[in-house]
Design a protein around this ligand. Structure first.
Ligand code: ZN
Length: 75
């Protein structure tokens, strides 16, 4: 398991414990099942963000991709 994957699992479990099983997507706000979860950089690496836990949030894989697609178009 990669370091990022284990970080994702750790964050997922922390949020699920805090919110009694609910893990809201950082992008759309709906619950994210474990198999659909990805880590989103709250502040993108391209804007000086880092991969520390406090800059990472759970989002749907689809929402994550969509957000990056939007950013790519805007750039
Ligand atoms: Zn979502």
């Amino acid at each position: 398991m990669s370091r990022l994957a284990s970080t994702r699992l750790k964050i997922y479990r922390t949020v699920a414990r805090q919110l009694h099983g609910l893990v809201p997507c950082w992008v759309c706000g709906l619950h994210v099942p474990p198999e659909a979860s990805t880590l989103e950089h709250i502040r993108p690496l391209s804007e000086g963000g880092n991969s520390h836990q406090d800059n990472l949030a759970i989002s749907h894989a689809a929402c994550n991709q969509q957000r990056h697609a939007v950013q790519a178009r805007a750039a």
